[in-house]
Design a protein around this ligand. Sequence first.
Ligand code: GLY
Length: 316
Amino acid sequence: MSMSRRKFVRRAALGLAAGAAAAHAQPPPEKGETPLIVSTWPFAKASNDAAIKILLDGGSILDAVERGIWVTEDDVTNKSVGLGGSPNAAGFVQLDSCMMYGPGHKAGSVAAIEGIRHPISAARRVMEKSPHVMLVGEGARVFALEQGLESVPVDDREMYEKWRKDRAAQSAQKPGNHDTIALLALGADGTIAGGCSTSGLAGKLPGRVGDSPILGSGLYVDNEIGAAGSTGTGENVMRYCATFMIVEFMRQGLSPREAIVKTIQRILQSEKRDDLHINFVALDKHGRYGAAGTDSNFKYAVATKSQSVVLDNPGL
Ligand code: GLY
């Protein structure tokens, strides 16, 4: 790790980073614009654009989340989301996804699912069409197929391998293209929803599940308070229920950004590792939003009626 990164993480652990001091010194931001979409990484700008259009055209918030994430799941240049994502140690792409809907505190999730074009749609179907919250592996795939979702033939390994290689050849990876999309949406009526989709850690052990499909880790939505989403090394997020913690800090009165910074500082109290990669976005019921992370190259995307922008990680 470079000196500057080491310093960045140490300062964060001590709560000394300039951003942290500023976050506590500032008064809470004014009420923000709605509808609002906030997502992880620059590649999510295209997803945000699709999602905000659906909301501005009068579509449902769940359609906005689902179809917004479709854009990134279909991006062949993206090696960490969708079927073009990085394979596990056995050479198979296993995908994780979840969706949460504020009203009624509803949720659906799929993990280690193979060959389904839109895992976010599988997660939505689990939420809407099954009595369960989470399905994994082959059971999740069979359910998705029964629901009529688009698939590729993973049973025929030869065909699957050919399909995967052809797809990989379509486009080289764009620089900065890595990790999970977590997309948070706040409707003009105050409804909150979110979704998460990833192929997870490249080269992971077959069956490994990261934070993304785990409610309260990769994503958490509370319709009375706000929502938070995560990207980074899932193992360092899921042991802390980090997005649940962020929403709970917002419940105590912190702004989205303050809540994220406090959560990361909490995690850094017991994580002494220098290679911690955890980054978060959050929004609250009032249309305020924020982000922070341990990766200095982390950026996030925000869309409203009046703007669609990619913003820098403001630091801790
Ligand atoms: N954050 C994605 C993963 O660790 O799987």
